[in-house]
Design a protein around this ligand. Structure first.
Ligand SMILES: [Zn+2]
Length: 140
């Protein structure tokens, strides 16, 4: 089975998370997508956010204070998920690095803000609801 590394980002502002509608899957997801050749996962999150929402973001997260010898430490993902994705004509595995992100700029041209209270009524996957609940708690 094909395995791909994907990366996604959760932007929470004013108690609401930014979601985009995934046409092919028919669900609301936080922005994200495949990590392309020559791209790091955090670069993929930044690119996907810009493409899907118009916003410029950067991943944020825990760091251990590692540096030197040309090493730049990147923020830890908020969650790492292995997902079985069933598209109509193929099934593949996504190794999904989910980052918390913060907005740097850009202007929003797509997406929907949802509160924690609206999560239950949202057409999405159980794991997405779970990750978002934990993210809402983490940024509270
Ligand atoms: Zn894939």
């Amino acid at each position: 089975m094909r395995k791909c590394v994907v990366a996604s980002g959760i932007l929470i502002e004013g108690g609401r998370a930014l979601m985009v509608y995934h046409e092919r899957l028919g669900v609301w997801l936080y922005p994200g997508g495949h990590v392309e050749q020559g791209e790091t996962p955090s670069e993929a999150v930044v690119r996907e956010f810009r493409e899907e929402t118009g916003l410029v973001v950067e991943p944020v997260g825990t760091t251990l204070g590692i540096s030197g010898d040309g090493v730049v430490e990147e923020p830890l993902p908020f969650a790492v998920l292995r997902e079985t994705v069933r598209y109509p004509h193929e099934t593949h595995i996504h190794y999904d690095l989910v980052f918390l992100v913060r907005r740097l700029g850009g202007s929003l041209n797509n997406g929907m803000w949802i509160s924690e209270a609206e999560l239950d009524g949202l057409k999405t996957y159980t794991n997405v609801r779970q990750v978002l609940r934990r993210a809402f708690s983490a940024v509270r």
